[in-house]
Design a protein around this ligand. Structure first.
Ligand SMILES: C[S@@+](CC[C@H](N)C(=O)[O-])C[C@H]1O[C@@H](n2cnc3c(N)ncnc32)[C@H](O)[C@@H]1O
Length: 276
């Protein structure tokens, strides 16, 4: 005799609570039903006593096994929201983080103030920054990444969301033609020495999207240098929580006219803005 949807929901909530914090388990349970199975609360209120089809029960059991092993929910689902848009994510791409919205907001603000017409998103991953900027401005936006797998996902997201972008494959700015316009990037900035202490879910995301040599600073420093040499009007970076001071000094040493840091919701260094 198959169980009902009410029963499945109760069982799922307790199974998730075995390895997630209580609040997180509750929130995920709702997301599994609503986003994963496409069953709204309203549907559940009226059909909750109906038996669960076998394929649906198997699907939940499969997700649960993978989730218990630490795989992030966004990879099981295959998409994540960023600025209210749905972006495909795969294990070739980082999962969008809420902090990155601050980078997009800073780029919109600085780009508007400087009157830029172009912008390049370096290390585009799933394309969240480039697609958001292309859809929210009239700028010509290009996106670049070292990873062909990430670029394929970014291309699919741009097509799906109707964003017109130019794509380049290569390291930092090497394959991006001039003029650059605003340079925006959420490059890897995690210190490889921190790897053993990180959440186990991060092990499912590509290491090439997370870690950078030189205590996490190497790529940010290299991009600030390239963007300065190639006369970008500004370079905006998402950075690690304690990297602001060192990167500001680095930027000023490269001849940027001004460098400042914005903090995130938790009061940590998060966005570096270098202005020519
Ligand atoms: C932290 S992820 C950010 C992805 C996306 N921009 C976001 O905010 O979700 C960093 C991205 O930078 C790319 N990357 C790493 N090293 C790079 C390099 N030298 N040049 C260009 N892209 C690089 C990775 O492949 C990855 O997609």
């Amino acid at each position: 005799m198959p169980g009902t949807h009410h029963r499945l929901r109760r069982d799922l909530a307790s199974a998730l609570a075995e390895f997630l914090e209580p609040e997180e388990a509750q929130a995920e349970c709702v997301r599994w039903f609503e986003d994963g199975l496409g069953l709204s609360r309203t549907w559940l209120a009226t059909h909750g006593s109906e038996p669960v089809p076998e394929a649906r029960a198997r699907q939940v059991a499969d997700w649960l096994q993978r989730r218990r092993a630490g795989e992030p929910w966004a990879y099981l689902l295959g998409w994540a929201l960023f600025r209210d848009r749905r972006f495909q994510v795969t294990p070739a791409t980082l999962i969008p983080r809420p902090e990155t919205e601050l980078l997009v907001e800073a780029a919109l603000d600085i780009g508007q103030r400087l009157g830029v017409e172009r912008c390049v998103d370096v290390g585009t991953g799933s394309g969240i920054i480039a697609v958001s900027l292309a859809l929210e401005t009239s700028w010509q936006v290009s996106a670049t990444d070292l990873s062909p797998g990430a670029l394929a996902v970014a291309r699919a997201n741009a097509a799906q969301l109707g964003a017109r972008l130019q794509f380049h494959e290569g390291s930092l700015l090497e394959s991006v033609p001039e003029p650059l316009g605003l340079v925006v990037a959420n490059l890897p900035y995690v210190d490889p020495a921190d790897q053993p202490t990180l959440q186990r879910e991060l092990a499912f995301e590509p290491a090439s999207a997370l870690f950078a040599p030189e205590r996490g600073l190497a790529l940010s420093k290299a991009l600030l240098s390239q963007a300065r040499t190639r006369q970008a009007p500004a370079c905006l970076l998402e950075i690690g929580s304690e990297q602001g001071g060192e990167l500001c000094r680095w930027a000023m040493g490269l001849g940027w006219g001004k460098a400042l840091v914005h903090q995130d919701f938790a009061g940590h260094d998060r966005i570096l803005i270098a202005l020519a």
